[in-house]
Design a binder for this molecule. Structure first.
Ligand code: HEC
Length: 120
């Protein structure tokens, strides 16, 4: 009986950890891996430029995908719900085999946003 309880609680703990991992894998990223106080110009803009702007800018070859533009700080801020749901939650962006931001780059963006998404 006792070992059954131990087994069940281990199973539940495992499930809980898996569930949390799906929701917030950034929790597992070394906090030191991203700047403590990321700024738009120095830290966030280069990441968004590298991983999103090819497809989401007015100068993209066929125009911005879905009309969604992330060229400026204000645009990222304004479109944050969509940014977060695609890039952090569903992980549907960047699509397919397009290069993806590393977890420390994602943490940098998330931290910038959590600290008020300050634009220059
Ligand atoms: C290789 C091109 C490409 C890259 C790189 C890319 N996207 Fe996209 N994005 C698309 C396409 C195409 C769509 C529309 C079709 C779809 O949803 O798959 C789209 C759709 C979106 C949407 C949905 C727009 C809406 O109407 O809600 C958001 C938000 C988005 N992308 C954000 C991003 C972010 C943020 C990045 C960078 C982390 C990124 N994308 C990188 C091509 C790209």
């Amino acid at each position: 009986m006792r070992s059954l309880l131990v087994f069940l609680s281990t199973l539940l703990l495992g499930l809980a950890i898996t569930a949390c991992g799906d929701l917030g894998t950034l929790d597992e990223v070394d906090p030191e891996a991203a700047p403590a106080t990321p700024t738009w110009d120095e830290h966030v803009a280069p990441i968004v430029d590298q991983y999103c702007a090819n497809c989401h800018s007015d100068s993209a070859q066929f125009g911005p995908a879905e009309g969604y533009v992330v060229e400026t700080c204000a645009q990222v801020k304004r479109g944050w719900r969509s940014f977060a749901s695609t890039t952090f939650e569903s992980k549907s962006m960047p699509p397919g085999a397009a290069p993806r931001p590393s977890s420390s780059e994602l943490l940098t963006i998330q931290r910038w946003h959590d600290q008020g998404a300050v634009c220059p």
